[in-house]
Design a protein around this ligand. Structure first.
Ligand code: SF4
Length: 195
């Protein structure tokens, strides 16, 4: 683990490579899985505020799921998550373009409808935040649907934390990211010394 201020960062975010390869994975993270995307408490208010502008972008199934279940639901661990279109189905906020799943919230954001890009858990994926008493712990969540991203990241030599620079800056700020970048450089050097 690398400690940057109060945040613990898994070594794997520095040693592993990653670049989303949408042509290959088809945006599977929006579609696969047993429950929706984790939501922070403040994001519930945000969803209430922006939904009227998001709604026109969504699929009929997505709108119906939200009408029936609400803008957010509790998962098996009693945490707030986005609803699914149907059990085991895509996130209700998913839209499809040329066979690729995308976030409907982000699509509206790209059109300048509001300032909230998408839930931070989606923005940070494959990083998952674990809330600890002393601060956050950032872990690398491995999922076979992202195998093409690992291959592309390796080919282009982009580390997980580098690929997620904008999401990490959104969550922890630029100063924190720069500290992480320095700590990551030192960590890599120390690994070379050991080998
Ligand atoms: S996180 Fe994984 S599944 Fe989602 S777009 Fe990236 S590579 Fe594809």
């Amino acid at each position: 683990m690398i400690k940057v201020d109060k945040v613990l960062v898994s070594d794997e975010l520095v040693t592993e490579n990653f670049i989303c390869d949408l042509e290959k994975c088809k945006g599977a993270c929006c579609v696969e899985g047993e429950s929706g995307a984790p939501l922070e408490d403040k994001e519930l208010t945000e969803l209430n505020k922006i939904y009227p502008k998001v709604k026109p972008y969504l699929t009929e199934e997505g709108k119906r799921a939200i009408d029936e279940q609400g803008l957010y639901v509790k998962d098996a661990d009693d945490e707030w998550v986005t609803p699914l279109m149907w059990p085991g189905g895509p996130c209700a906020y998913t839209v499809f373009e040329n066979g690729i799943a995308l976030c409907g919230i982000e699509k509206a954001w790209r059109d300048g409808k509001f300032k909230f890009q998408k839930p931070i858990s989606c923005h940070l994926y494959p990083i998952r935040i674990e809330k600890m008493r002393a601060g956050d712990a950032l872990n690398y969540h491995r999922w076979e649907v992202c195998n093409p991203a690992c291959k592309l990241g390796k080919r282009k030599k982009v580390r997980v934390y580098e690929f997620l620079k904008s999401a990490l800056i959104r969550k922890y700020g630029k100063i924190w990211f720069n500290k992480l970048d320095r700590a990551a450089g030192e960590f890599i050097e120390s690994m070379k010394d050991k080998n």
